[in-house]
Write a protein that binds this ligand. Sequence first.
Ligand code: IDP
Ligand code: MG
Length: 156
Amino acid sequence: MLTEERTFIAVKPDGVKRGLVGEIVNRFERKGYKLIALKMLDVTPEMAKQHYGEHEGKPFYPRLIEYIQSGPIVAMVWKGYDVVKGARAIMGSTCPNEAQVGTIRADLALVKEYNVVHGSDSIESAEREISIYFNQDELCDEYDNMAEIVIKDLGC
Ligand code: IDP
Ligand code: MG
């Protein structure tokens, strides 16, 4: 039986400034994932540190913290079957030149320092990241998603 998960996806400040929000949302939407939350916000220093705590001490950490606060982000929660892994596949590898052609980062980004999109790397990270950016009452899960209906109809 397929199980449903949630993941945290964000269009990073470079993606917002370059006008790529619609393009990036579209990649996840057309796959069939269910959008259950979306908002634009300025990341605070506290949020940035919580989000990227795992990278503290690495050479690129100070620039990463600066980058994620360099303009508004578009924060989202997506739900679906195996969505954590599937969303990472749609995003592509961290370094755009190593990412598979057809992925967001391969198609839309040049360097890993400005790779336009974030996506959680595990179910545990997803739940932690969702709680940094959203309150429970901001998640809108009470509607039907067509892709889920089709899958249920097929009896998977
Ligand atoms: P991910 O975003 O693909 O999960 P992580 O390794 O978690 O990649 O790194 C978080 C973010 O930090 C990356 O998306 C990228 O923006 C930045 N980053 C990662 N590695 C480097 C690096 O070696 N140099 C500069 N920036 C990096
Ligand atoms: Mg990561």
